[in-house]
Design a protein around this ligand. Structure first.
Ligand code: GDP
Length: 492
């Protein structure tokens, strides 16, 4: 990775393949000079920034025409990279675009590395590191929620909070360092209570950011949703309905979905990674047992589970086993659970009622009736379920209840609205840095409380400043920059 901005880089900025328009971007001190040479139009010698000029793109080596196109120039610092920038809009032909790049290289430009344009924006101080990462996230966003999250970060919402915390720590650090550097008669010793309250204000910010991190991850990456239930209740059919395509094999023979199947769907602007699981049933079949292991693995990593029951049949031992498994994994408490009463087009088994409220009660009663001899299960099936877990009757055959199910899934994915608006943190890297900062701040408070020397407090505070600076980029290493920018595409 090149950390200098001294040379001029060139890359195709549009995606590979054919298209209506293709853009070649040049950035650096010689961008204008090289860009103008690639253009036959005489008036580009008097080219002004931020204006489009039309003309013939040529290879300056022999004057051969390469394409017709538009050229626009931006002057530093008023450009994406903060350098002088030229963009040539040509036809979206990979061959033509490659020839334009080759001509620029022959004129002294260097081929840009992946993400190098955005790296320059960072090095030139146009954006900070969290904003640079947001560019990659926005480009990669595959749902409205992910795009919203990335845009907020690009606008600097996360950076602003992190800087607030970092500034508070720096304000606590300054008087301590002054008191270490100068004798007591020149600088009065810092007031410990004032230090503690500055540290506390930084702690509040890191705690708030960490509280929204789970929601942020879900917005950025999507929610992992497992569809579980005993064989033949309609899990694969439900998955297909949610995906609106035929993907899992649906057959009337119990236990045919032997493997887990994962597909992504956008529902209500959120990405859902739907995992159809093999039902968990006691079995001797080694292949089914592998499927069951995969189910357990999928369940242990899921954010949301749909427990599918067949409303037209009595609850079975297998239903209870799965319910217990879900309860043990924290679904319905720490993790979200939705009970789906499928096959609602068929006559209901008497234990299940028809409308929402009776369904809710009856599913509890129904489960409980089967479980009276086994107390741990009855508590799952009793009040807890009745209170907090949505119970939705669906029919994959008629489509009844599917919109309600989708709404319940989106509600579960959004968490509560308060945390969604605070969901500024989405990357594991940021969470790690915030945890580091928060631990350092707690250590500083303890050192203060224990009346230990202030230079020990200063050490903790410097750790916190460093950790917070990892997010916005004040504390960076070349390795970190390399890791972040290598994720970008060429030309960005
Ligand atoms: P899985 O084993 O839980 O994945 O269940 P499948 O999706 O393979 O469905 C098992 C059987 O139930 C198939 O014959 C489906 O057509 C049928 N089925 C699924 N959903 C419904 C439903 O809502 N109503 C009715 N009547 N049949 C359904």
């Amino acid at each position: 990775m090149t950390l200098s901005t001294d040379d001029t880089i060139v890359a195709i900025a549009t995606p590979p393949g054919q298209g209506g328009v293709g853009i070649v971007r040049l950035s650096g001190p010689h961008a204008w000079e090289i860009g103008r040479r690639l253009f036959a139009r005489r008036s580009t010698s008097a080219m002004r920034p931020q204006r489009l000029y039309y003309g013939t793109v040529i290879d300056p080596a022999d004057g051969a025409a390469l394409d017709d196109g538009l050229i626009v120039g931006m002057r530093a610092p008023h450009s994406y990279t903060g350098d002088d920038v030229i963009e040539i809009n040509a036809h979206g032909s990979p061959l033509v675009l490659r020839r334009i790049v080759a001509a620029a290289l022959a004129q002294g430009a260097r081929a840009a590395e992946p993400g190098e344009m955005t790296l320059r924006a960072f090095l030139n101080g146009r954006i900070d590191l969290a904003q640079a990462e947001a560019v990659a996230d926005l480009i990669a966003a595959n749902s409205d929620a992910a795009a919203r999250q990335a845009l907020g970060q690009l606008e600097g919402k996360l950076s602003e909070r992190v800087r607030t915390a970092r500034d508070a720590v720096l304000r606590a650090l300054a008087p301590i360092e002054a008191s270490i550097d100068f004798p007591e008669d020149e600088v009065p010793p810092p007031d410990r209570a004032a230090l503690s309250s500055l540290i506390a204000s930084a702690e509040t910010v890191t705690a708030e950011l960490l509280a929204g991190a789970e929601q942020g991850r879900i917005s950025r990456e999507g929610i992992r949703c497992v569809i579980t239930g005993r064989p033949n209740v309609g899990k694969s059919s439900l998955l297909n309905s949610l995906l609106r395509v035929e993907r899992a094999i649906v057959t009337p023979i119990a236990g045919t979905t032997r493997d887990t199947i994962e597909e992504s769907a956008i529902i209500g602007g959120m990405a859902f990674h739907l995992i159809d699981t093999a039902g968990i049933t006691a079995t001797e079949d080694p292949i089914e047992r592998i499927g069951i292991e995969r189910t357990r693995h999928a369940l242990s990593h899921a954010d949301l589970a749909l427990l599918v029951l067949d409303r037209s049949a009595p609850l079975t031992e297998a239903d209870h086993q799965i319910a217990q498994e879900l309860r043990d994994l924290g679904f319905s408490t720490a993790r979200k659970l939705i009970v789906v009463l499928n096959k609602s087009d068929l006559a209901p088994f008497p234990a299940f009622g028809r409308d929402g409220e009776t369904l809710r009660r009856d599913v509890s009663v129904g489960l409980r009736a089967h479980l009276t001899e086994r107390p741990p299960l009855s508590s799952f099936a009793g009040e807890e379920l009745a209170q907090s877990v949505p119970v939705i009757a669906t029919s994959v055959v008629t489509g009844e209840g599917l919109p309600e199910l989708e709404t319940a899934m989106v509600t579960a994915a959004l968490g509560n609205a308060a945390t969604e608006s605070a969901a500024l943190v989405a990357r594991a890297r940021h969470v790690e840095a915030l945890r580091g900062a928060s631990a350092a701040l707690a250590a500083a408070q303890k050192t203060l409380r224990d009346h230990l020397p202030l230079d020990l407090v200063a050490e903790d505070l410097r750790d916190a400043v460093y950790a917070l600076g990892l997010i916005t980029g004040e504390s960076v290493t070349d390795d970190l920059l390399g890791a972040i920018f290598s994720e970008f595409c060429i030309g960005k």
